[in-house]
Design a protein around this ligand. Structure first.
Ligand code: HEM
Length: 163
């Protein structure tokens, strides 16, 4: 794995981003700005599921309106993140915060998948409920915890505490 990332770091594209004056800040800014779109919308959805925000607004209405923005934001986060990784793969690979962040992204994905494959299928039964059923509230809470962890780990990546 290390040999592959050392090879990747020596490729022309990686060097070009890493040593660029404008390209890296543009990619990094895209990663941070899209965070507002992605995390902002996801958090709004989760706070409805937990029963704190947008109480009384039908859950299915929130998901149908918010999800396209959330998915678009996630795709841009992954593309800009992959380019940031490509610019310094060895630095990211050796960073414990980056590794924890990827695990949390996977857990958040599994949580979202389970939510949509199980409790969300019966949303018509609790669509207008001020307090959604416990499994929906748990899914919302776990999503908030996992994505907050991703953001914190993302920020912590810049600090070389354990390198
Ligand atoms: C989809 C969810 C993601 C979120 C919410 C997220 C969030 C963040 C945040 C908040 C930062 C710190 C930005 C700063 O303050 O400068 C960051 C940095 C970073 N992210 Fe992500 N990220 C995500 C996905 C990814 C992915 C999929 C990758 C790579 C495969 C990635 C690679 C990076 C790298 C390398 C940095 C460090 C940039 C630096 O140190 O200059 N991110 N991310």
């Amino acid at each position: 794995m290390v040999e592959f990332f050392q090879w990747l770091e020596a490729t022309g594209g990686s060097v070009a981003i890493r040593e660029s004056i404008l390209l890296y800040p543009i990619i990094e800014s895209t990663h941070v700005l899209t965070l507002c779109l992605f995390f902002g919308f996801i958090a709004l959805m989760d706070l409805r599921l937990v029963g704190i925000a947008l109480r009384g607004v039908p859950v299915s209405q929130i998901t149908s309106r918010i999800q396209p923005f959330g998915v678009a934001g996630f795709v841009i986060m992954v593309i800009s993140g992959a380019l940031l990784f490509y610019s310094s793969p060895m630095r990211a690979y050796g960073n414990i915060f980056f590794r924890v962040k990827l695990v949390l992204i996977a857990l958040a994905g599994i949580n979202a998948l389970l939510f949509h494959k199980t409790i969300f299928k019966s949303v018509d039964d609790w669509n207008d409920a001020l307090q959604p059923p416990p499994r929906a509230r748990l899914a919302g809470l776990l999503s908030l915890v996992f994505w907050s962890g991703v953001v914190i780990c993302g920020r912590m990546q810049a600090y070389k505490w354990f390198d």
